[in-house]
Ligand binder design. Structure first.
Ligand SMILES: *Cc1c(COP(=O)(O)O)cnc(C)c1O
Length: 385
């Protein structure tokens, strides 16, 4: 089976992890900080905070921004459930903003309309989580302008988008948001096995997330309610978690980061092959907004409307031909868990239409030319049946 995504592990990665195994620290050592600084530097931001997953990083980001009971978090329905669950963890209410029919990212126009209504109803969001679907940045300038007018924080869920650019700057630079989150799950652009990272230019947010990552404990006497009992003393000043990344993971991430640009270039090249190979078929290829330079985590096609009744058959036909197609994503508001919050089908029509038509094709840096040709010829055959 050709998978839809796959990690690339080279000897340098194995050596880096082995070096850590032979060192004094398996966790809470020097490599984590090196990794954090390297990612921050790569994307042009001040602070990076590595975590055991992007989900944890999203949770820390929400907490550091003060999201709590009675607050609202808005995100897109076309995302992984974690983009919404981070708000649920904080006791906040969740709502969704429909997608742009071309980029499939959260639509700034739909956001503006929803904000106008929410302002009248006095239920404006505290946090909005735009998700850079498939690696293509959302229209962050427009979303940022709305955040200034309506007073909400922005967490960019850039789980797909490390290595991508928006208006010539790296995703994660923080020009248009408070915090950006990356994922290092093996299907993503670079991997640490499991892992994530929160990026910010705000020192207070960075320090707060760091404390929450490790139990809410501090060793800074200035933050304690009384003088330290002795040199051993630490104080828990709030409720935190253990969301730390290990040194092994950080070493793998650091080694992978060296190849980030090459990975993105290779993904882009493969996406262009698909664009070329699929040009005459009755489907929509990924639309690229001129301001965004995608990291190409995913290559999603949309079948033309007349083919949507056959989508399942085509999907199964691809799987039967050994092609590990996937579907990103089931609209979050249609999940039974979210329907208990009162969401209904039909509420976000663009997202639901997308869901009826989409298929994610295999795309990863080490994909063979023969695999690529197999995908294209199989799709041709299935679509002409
Ligand atoms: C993968 C992913 C996450 C979660 O990442 P983990 O590192 O697995 O926790 C969150 N949001 C999106 C959009 C993702 O694709």
């Amino acid at each position: 089976m050709i998978p839809y995504g796959k990690q690339d592990i080279q000897q340098a990665d194995i050596d880096a992890v082995r070096d850590v195994l032979e060192s004094d620290f398996l966790t809470q050592g020097p490599v984590i900080q090196r990794f954090e600084q390297a990612v921050a530097q790569k994307v042009g931001a001040n602070h990076g905070l590595a975590t055991n997953s992007a989900t944890s990083a999203l949770h820390l980001a929400c907490l550091a921004l003060g999201l709590g009971q009675g607050d609202w978090l808005w995100t897109t329905p076309i995302t992984f459930v974690a983009s919404a669950n981070c708000g649920v963890y904080c006791g906040a209410n969740i709502d969704f903003v429909d997608i742009d029919p071309h980029t499939y990212n959260l639509s700034p126009a739909a956001l503006e309309k929803k904000l106008q209504i929410a302002e009248k109803e006095r239920r404006l969001p505290k946090v909005v989580v735009p998700v850079h679907l498939c690696g293509q940045s959302c229209d962050m300038e427009a979303i940022h302008a709305l955040s200034q007018r309506y007073g909400f924080f922005i967490i960019e869920d850039a789980s797909h988008a490390i290595g991508g650019h928006y208006k010539g700057e790296p995703v994660g630079c923080g020009r248009y948001s408070d915090i950006t989150v990356f994922s290092f799950h093996p299907v993503k652009i670079i991997t640490t096995g499991e892992g994530g990272l929160a990026i910010t230019n705000n020192t207070d947010l960075a320090q707060h997330m760091e404390r929450l990552r490790s139990h809410g404990i501090t060793r800074d006497p200035n933050l304690m309610t009384h003088d330290p009992d002795g040199p051993w003393y630490y104080q828990q000043i709030e409720l935190g978690f253990n969301y730390r990344m290990t040194e092994l993971q950080a070493a793998l991430g650091l080694s992978q980061l060296d190849r980030l640009d090459a990975y993105v270039a290779s993904r882009k090249e493969r996406a262009e092959w698909y664009n070329h190979g699929l040009a005459s078929l009755p489907l929509t290829r990924p639309h690229q907004h001129p301001a965004s330079d995608s990291a190409w985590h995913l290559y999603v096609i949309r079948l033309n409307q007349e083919l949507t009744p056959k989508r399942r058959q085509i999907f199964e036909g691809l799987r039967e031909a050994g092609i590990g197609v996937n579907l990103h994503y089931i609209p979050v508001h249609t999940q039974p868990y979210f329907q208990t919050m009162g969401f209904e089908e039909g509420q976000f029509p663009e997202a639901e239409r997308y869901y009826a038509e989409a298929i994610s094709l295999p795309l990863f840096p080490t994909m063979e030319d023969t695999s690529h040709n197999h995908v294209v010829s199989t799709l041709k055959r299935l679509l002409s049946q």
